[in-house]
Ligand binder design. Structure first.
Ligand code: HEM
Length: 485
């Protein structure tokens, strides 16, 4: 299978910047069958096109309708291409359209964590976990995010060449472990985590495409690697939730996510949650809260390298509202309005969730379309945010599009999803992007290594591979600039 699929921005642009023939959710009197995308090949359907260039292919579907059928081998999947219809799917139809095959593979491996559960079980668990993401926790998390980034960036050396994605992966994992779990992972565990993750994601994609779930139990290489990755990740998570001496040092146990879970009772049984439940939620946070952030941070640095004038404005704003040496507070972050536009634009252009799914359990109407029971519905937040109907010059990085009233309330901006499964870590993530970027940029001026820019690699998330930068100390850079002025 020709994965991973690499999609360069320019390639994508060619394909998706073409106007739709009809407005996707134009009212009709009779619910219609979604149109079939052209270009299905005998036997394969659209699988080859999807695998060859996922974002280009998904982006190209919008011109055929707000919901478009595609064939993946023997399966027919409906792709929702219009942001308003995705919102309807996630909010109004949430009860009838629970999560789909991609998440189910994780459920088998890791149990009923927040990312995998549905219905009452999901509501109960979300209520238990929510306090860990409450506003009253944020000041403490900001201080940990700042400290972790300072420590890591403090170990870098002038002239060092950094593999940015790798470094951001380590950073994001450490931030989640120390802030939510009050623990530190050993270096071995950190490396094992990052080595295991690609096999987990590959297995997740391939298994979700199997014609029958029993295929996941066959001794195929992809299944074996998936199972091995699950074992590794469970071991790593054990360290975070138990903080065993010699492997992980516990910094603060009270008030952590595991402490919160262990103090709770399961409303369904009236009994305390089991250790398996605690582990399941921990793996959920590691899975959902590390690669999403690290990828976005990598794109943020890449975009700043491409747009030095934007970087200069960000640094000026940081100087004004978050002077060097101060620990960030929620109030200080709220004053960084330009920086917020920059992070929003990065999250729009590089929304990490390339594929998410729901399954219609009963027949539903989605805009003008009739969706039969059992239909799998796929949507790509990345493709939605590059829709030329919703965003002018969608592939241009333009932070100013978020200023002067254009803001988070836009119905077509859904990087954290919507409805009952909306990202629980959204506020945490926005803060982390700003705090980590600020700590890095104050200390270092990254200079792109020629030929080593970020390129998109699409799995279930859109990853940023290949960006390497040479580090120059920021102070030297400033002195040099003043000296030559
Ligand atoms: C840039 C960073 C992030 C992005 C773009 C992002 C995006 C998303 C999206 C789109 C969903 C909804 C998935 C669906 O509807 O099926 C989601 C759910 C979730 N996210 Fe995030 N996320 C980010 C960071 C984080 C962080 C930092 C954490 C935790 C530390 C986190 C934890 C979760 C969890 C637990 C869920 C499942 C919520 C539920 O079903 O109730 N995410 N995220």
């Amino acid at each position: 299978m020709p994965l991973p699929t690499q999609t360069l921005l320019a390639e994508t642009q060619k394909r998706i910047v073409s106007p739709r023939t009809t407005p996707p959710s134009a009212p009709t009197t009779h619910a219609a069958v979604p149109p079939l995308a052209p270009g299905a090949l005998p036997g394969l359907g659209h699988a080859a096109a999807l695998l060859r260039d996922p974002l280009g292919f998904l982006g190209s579907l919008a011109r055929h309708g707000g919901v478009v059928r595609i064939r993946l081998g023997p399966r027919t999947v409906c792709v929702v291409t219009d942001a308003r219809l995705v919102h309807t799917l996630l909010v109004a139809l949430a009860h009838d359209c629970p999560r789909g095959a991609v998440q189910d593979t994780l459920k088998t491996a890791f149990g009923d964590g927040l990312l995998m559960s549905e219905g009452q079980a999901h509501r109960d668990r979300r209520r238990i976990i929510q306090p860990a993401f409450g506003a009253d926790r944020m000041a403490g998390y900001l201080s940990v995010m700042h400290q972790v980034t300072e420590e890591r960036a403090g170990r870098w050396r002038p002239g060092q060449v950094l593999d940015v994605a790798k470094e951001m992966n380590h950073l994001a994992l450490e931030i989640v472990t120390r802030s939510l779990f009050g623990a530190r992972l050993s270096e071995d565990a950190t490396l094992a985590f990052h080595r295991a993750l690609p096999d987990l994601v590959k297995g997740q994609i391939v298994q979700s495409l199997y014609p029958h779930p029993a295929f996941a139990r066959l001794p195929l290489p992809v299944n074996r690697r998936f199972d091995a990755a699950v074992r590794v990740l469970n071991r790593v998570v054990d360290q975070a939730v138990n903080g065993r001496a010699g492997t992980a040092r516990t910094e603060r146990r009270g008030g952590t996510l595991p402490a919160l879970l262990r103090a709770a009772t399961d409303p369904a049984t009236g009994r305390p949650l089991t250790e398996a439940d605690v582990r399941s939620e921990a793996i959920t946070m590691f899975g959902a809260g590390t690669e999403t952030v690290s990828t976005t941070l990598t794109w943020l640095l890449d975009e700043l390298l491409r747009h030095p004038e934007v970087e200069a404005r960000v640094l000026a704003e940081l100087d004004e509202h978050l002077p060097a040496g101060t620990t960030p507070t929620p109030e200080a972050l709220a004053r960084l309005t330009y920086t917020r536009s920059v992070t929003q634009e990065v999250v729009r252009l590089h929304a990490p969730n390339a594929f998410l799914m729901r399954t219609a359990q009963v027949p539903v109407n989605l805009g003008p379309y009739r969706i039969p029971a059992g239909t799998e519905l796929l949507y790509s937040l990345t493709a939605l945010h590059r829709d030329p109907v919703r965003y002018d010059e969608p592939l241009s990085f333009r932070p100013e599009r978020w200023q002067d009233g254009g803001g988070l309330g836009r119905p077509s901006f859904l990087p954290f999803g919507a409805g009952k499964h909306k990202c629980i870590g959204e506020a945490f993530a926005w803060a982390e992007l700003t705090v980590a970027a600020a700590a890095i940029l104050r200390r270092w001026r990254p200079v792109a290594v020629p030929g080593a820019r970020a390129r998109e690699v699409v799995w279930t998330t859109v990853q940023a591979h290949g960006l390497r930068v040479r580090l120059a100390p920021r102070a030297d850079a400033l002195t040099a600039a003043h000296g030559t002025a």
